[in-house]
Design a protein around this ligand. Structure first.
Ligand code: ZN
Length: 204
């Protein structure tokens, strides 16, 4: 059902998260890609690769693009949001730091957990994002606290690469990121819209 041509992600889009990792808030959106092969759905295991000692969850608000966007305005982008889903942008934080480039750290199989696609609310800024690790709340964010709002992100991205129908955009994580261990269960929820729940295991 979800076969995006690409998954575009946004880094440091909540000021408190940029600060917790010692980074500045970017002056324009900071984007990167995850490969479609990294997608898993709810219930499937996030697998910790043997080369990483620090795999972390990042709960995020995800967007499905419903109309092709190329050099679109923010207003045009708003009407091309076809659905909202809970996402976990799983990240090997140690490899992200050591590589400089983020492709490996963000791109392992199972590193993009995607929930069922829910409806788009009239007010996007009302969306909230909560991450629970083994039932305990670890991240609690609000779309209204984003540095760049969702239509602005889509507009910016569409000025660089054409967003195709079905493409996914992950809009950044709030503060409270932390490490996953084998045996954990991690859940990301957008209240009233979507949730995704995944066990964690070592990659054999
Ligand atoms: Zn992220």
């Amino acid at each position: 059902m979800l076969r995006p041509s690409k998954i575009v992600c946004v880094g440091r889009n909540y000021a408190a998260h940029a600060k917790e990792l010692g980074n500045e808030v970017p002056k324009q959106p900071l984007i990167f890609l995850k490969p479609p092969s990294s997608i898993i759905r709810g219930g499937a295991s996030i697998r910790i690769p043997t080369v990483s000692k620090q795999v972390e969850y990042e709960g995020e608000i995800g967007v499905v693009v419903s109309r092709q966007l190329r050099r679109a305005t923010s207003g045009q982008s708003r009407t091309a949001i076809g659905g909202i889903f809970a996402a976990n942008d799983v990240t090997a934080r140690d490899l992200q730091k050591s590589d400089g480039q983020w492709t490996r750290a963000k791109g392992f199989d199972t590193f993009c957990a995607v929930g069922e696609v829910g409806e788009v609310p009239a007010d996007l800024s009302s969306l909230t994002i909560t991450t629970r690790l083994n039932g305990e709340v670890r991240q609690s964010g609000r779309a209204k606290d984003m540095v760049f709002d969702i239509p602005s992100l889509l507009s910016y991205i569409s000025g660089i690469m054409t967003l195709e129908v079905g493409d996914l955009v992950l809009t950044g994580t709030p503060d409270g990121v932390g490490t996953l261990a084998a045996g954990d269960v991690v859940e990301v929820e957008i209240a009233g819209v979507s949730q995704v729940n995944n066990p964690v295991s070592f990659d054999e």
